[in-house]
Design a protein around this ligand. Structure first.
Ligand code: G6P
Length: 611
């Protein structure tokens, strides 16, 4: 959460920083600010989105060749101008931006207050900044040294970027637990929470690791650890195109990403799945194949939509691999002293690869001897680097805050892993294995078919957009799809929605049913279809408004529903990859029809890098 940008070099810094911040707004958009070096430090900040900051600066002199910028997702202190970053130190010499949380800030603050410091904001960031300045003055040392000393006292997660009025061409950066990428240009450097702010300028990047500190000048990048030893920066080539982070003619990123799914599912299968030869090639899984086959249990850890992918995968792995699977919210798992034995396999599922809880959960499990496999979208991200092996989802940058294409890519990858392991273990009959490979292969085409219903789904959205609550019901593989459908609606339309196992509905949610409640059934053809149809009847009998996602040709379910969204015939194991798509569109169109900013829903952030 929070996006950070920096630039030092011969170009005008301000336009680069503002453009970069707009690309990072998916990380937070409560307030934004910049600090520029121009014959002294100039700080501008504003509550609201980056566009509000730009408006507030219009007409001011923003000429500078060095600067840093921040877009905030508030943790300590409400979103307002005062709490916006950058913060300036008490003397005014330093400016700093921060992504993360300083957990022991209250203690540091009380020490500083005793020394006479006064604070202009409620943030932990201003505390850390003045703590650094206090050390700088007291020890009469370099800023770099002061930062090193300060960070040894800090408990929490951070990426910090600092400007020093006395060293105007330099940016100092440090990281622990939050992401930082440095773009290396000719006589210039770029900084970002991810590589998107620097894409049009350079393809050479350095991913900074935890406990590293970087001193960045236009033509020099010095990387050190907190013990002051010099490190050799590992420069990597970026495999990302500018077009992939632009809207490409769509009104919103979310819509673009929903419509990209035939392509992204294909990208995820390509080079891995060979339905003709009957093989799945995944080198990051192959390496650990023996251990996965022998393990007694697999634990999936994830948050949000990625956790829903884990729930679907639980059913798939248990069926195809006959391995006991547990699916854990990373935030619960990490704090309850879970039993982890050497040889346990943990699969961390994460779009961003930066979710703090998921990252700490796998670090803890790794220490206890577990094998960590990452199913991650962002290449080079912290979770990807912390995992022993795994597979990327190759869905390309996902910018809409509500996850869509990453979910279907996660399911595609997890299904392939389960098929591979199950086949090696001999727990999948050959015929079923080959059939499922074909089913996977057909998914891109079937997803495109589902998307053709977008106009019809838009009309359904229009009809139900004013409902106060929604209930989503599914069973078996579609239970997690019901949860995901409800989550999508909550996230972007602010309508209360609840996902529930269809049969379990009788133990509570049925009390909510009346003629005003839309109930969305995910009722595609599978072995428990008839049971779900009975649940539909139960809702109809209580005058609930039944909307359903059904399999093509299922006239009976259609006759019980007021509105239907259709998927083509598909094996129950791969069906969730299709049945979720209409629910993504339904949520999207309801959000849009209510006039909401679906790409940046209130209070949410794409990448949750704080606990
Ligand atoms: C946030 C995002 C969700 C995402 C979740 C987990 O809540 O808004 O879309 O599912 O984090 O993120 P991850 O990057 O680990 O998949």
């Amino acid at each position: 959460m929070c996006g950070i940008v920096g630039y030092t070099g011969p170009r005008e810094a301000y336009p680069i920083i503002v453009k970069g911040l707009k690309r990072l707004e998916y990380r937070g958009y409560d307030s934004a600010g910049v600090a520029l070096q121009n014959g002294g430090l100039h700080v501008y900040k504003k509550k609201g989105k980056v566009a509000d900051l730009e408006d507030s600066i219009a007409g001011k002199n923003v000429h500078a060749h060095v600067g840093i910028g921040h877009t905030r997702w508030a943790t300590h202190g409400e979103p307002n101008d005062r709490n916006a970053h950058p913060h300036q130190s008490a003397s005014g010499r330093l400016a700093m931006i921060h992504n993360g949380i300083i957990e022991n800030y209250a203690q540091l603050k009380s020490e500083l207050v005793k020394k006479g410091y006064e604070f202009k904001s409620d943030t932990d960031t201003e505390v850390l900044l003045n703590f650094i300045e206090e050390i700088l003055v007291k020890n009469d040392c370099s800023l770099e040294e002061a930062i090193r000393i300060a960070l040894k006292r800090v408990v929490g997660a951070y990426v910090i970027l600092l400007l020093d009025a006395e060293n105007p061409d330099t940016i100092i950066a440090a990281r622990k637990g939050s992401p930082l990428v440095i773009g290396v240009g000719k006589g210039e450097h770029f900084l970002g929470s991810d590589a998107s702010p620097m894409l049009e300028y350079t393809k050479e990047v350095v991913y900074v690791n935890d406990y590293e500190l970087a001193i960045i000048k236009p033509d020099e990048l010095i990387l050190k650890n907190l013990g002051n030893e010099k490190l050799t920066p590992y420069v990597q080539k970026l495999d990302l195109e500018l077009a992939s982070i632009e809207k490409g003619g769509y009104e919103h990123f979310m819509l673009k990403e929903i419509f990209e799914q035939p392509q992204t599912i294909n990208d995820c299968l390509r080079g891995r799945l060979d339905a003709v030869a009957g093989t799945i090639t995944m080198s990051g899984i192959q390496q650990y194949a023996e251990q996965i086959m022998q393990t007694n249990r697999i634990i999936m850890v994830a948050c949000g939509t990625s956790w829903h992918a884990g729930l679907v995968a639980e059913y798939i792995f248990e069926e195809l691999c006959r391995i006991n699977v547990e699916v854990e919210y990373a935030s619960e798992f990490r704090y309850r002293n879970p039993v982890i034995n050497p040889g346990d396999v943990i699969i961390a599922i994460s779009q961003s690869g930066e979710t703090a809880d998921t990252l700490v959960a796998i670090e803890t499990a790794k220490e206890k001897g577990a094998i960590i496999l990452g199913v991650v979208n962002v290449v080079g991200s912290s979770i990807a680097r912390t995992s022993h092996g795994g597979a990327y989802t190759h869905a390309g940058p996902e910018i809409g805050v509500a996850s869509t294409k990453a979910f279907t890519a996660q399911l595609s990858v997890l299904t392939m892993i389960a098929l591979k392991v199950g086949y090696m273990k001999g727990t999948i009959p050959q015929q079923r294995y080959l059939r499922l490979l074909n089913e996977l292969n057909e998914l891109p085409e079937k997803a495109a078919w589902v998307l053709q219903q977008h106009e019809k789904i838009k009309a359904i959205a229009e009809k139900y957009k004013d409902a106060r609550d929604f209930l989503y019901l599914g069973r078996g593989y579609n239970f997690a799809v019901a949860l995901e459908g409800a989550l999508k609606l909550k996230e972007i339309s602010y309508i209360h929605a609840e996902g529930y196992p269809a049969a379990e509905m009788k133990h509570g949610p049925i009390a909510l049913v009346d003629e005003n409640l839309p109930v969305v059934f995910i009722a595609t053809k599978d072995p428990y279809h008839e049971k779900v149809v009975s649940n539909m009847q139960e809702i109809r009998a209580r005058k609930g408004q039944v909307i359903s996602v059904i399999t093509e040709g299922d006239e009976h379910s259609a006759s019980l529903s007021l509105d239907v969204m259709i998927i083509p015939e598909a094996d129950e194991i791969v069906a969730p990859i299709l049945s979720v798509i209409p629910l993504q569109l339904l949520a999207y169109y309801i959000g849009v029809s209510k006039g909401l900013d679906v790409d940046k829903p209130r209070n949410l952030a794409k990448s949750v890098t704080v606990e």
